[in-house]
Design a protein around this ligand. Structure first.
Ligand SMILES: C[S@@+](CC[C@H](N)C(=O)[O-])C[C@H]1O[C@@H](n2cnc3c(N)ncnc32)[C@H](O)[C@@H]1O
Length: 176
């Protein structure tokens, strides 16, 4: 199993309980060290987690992903990412590679700068309905959230039909 584990935004103690349990039992633990940085270094994390970490730079992750995925079909490998593993990263690539090789994966999310930025007064999701249509929103690379009460099925995931209806309303400029 490949685990992608978010480390949160502050220091060693921001990992989730679930993430820490996985880190402590994995056969190899990689620390992705190029999309973001914590306030503490690798040694502090190693001491708190009680594990040796393998630093993974951009080249290792993007050009030599096979090293990271090696034996992940028969043992557990953890890939640690500061913030959330999918907050402004391209780690979906690693998941696609794992899936292609028949390796299962699990994501353990954590706080991301993309949500924490709200504490500076910047909000990412105050835009809806007609305003999206009228604005330059569709010419940008952006995201929006839908109303859980009326728009989504109970599992909270937007259905393809629902997204298709937006596609019809907004034309070819909207992509998901
Ligand atoms: C490529 S993004 C990755 C974000 C990360 N995966 C997450 O979910 O928070 C990294 C950028 O986010 C910003 N960033 C990340 N953590 C931050 C923090 N604790 N304080 C301020 N900016 C931060 C910096 O601009 C940094 O270059």
């Amino acid at each position: 199993m490949l685990y992608l584990i978010g480390l949160g935004l502050g220091d060693a103690k921001d990992i989730t309980v679930k993430g820490l349990e996985v880190v402590r039992r994995c056969s190899r633990v990689y620390l992705e060290a190029y999309t973001s940085i914590l306030t503490v270094g690798k040694e502090v994390l190693e001491e708190f987690y009680g594990r040796k970490l393998i630093l993974a730079d951009r080249e290792e992750v993007e050009q030599e992903a096979d090293n990271i995925l090696k034996d992940a079909d028969t043992s557990d490998v953890a890939f640690l990412v500061v913030g959330d593993p999918f907050g402004a990263t391209t780690h979906s690539d690693l998941i696609l590679r794992a899936t292609k090789r028949g390796i299962s994966y699990q994501v353990i999310h954590n706080a991301s700068i993309m949500s924490a930025v709200g504490c500076c007064g910047l909000q990412r999701n105050i835009i809806c309905g007609k305003k999206i249509q009228d604005s330059e929103f569709l010419n940008l690379h952006g995201s929006f959230y839908t109303d859980l009460r009326i728009q989504l099925p109970l599992d909270g995931v937007a259905s393809i039909d629902f997204l298709d209806s937006f596609q019809m309303d907004f034309g070819n400029k909207a992509h998901w």
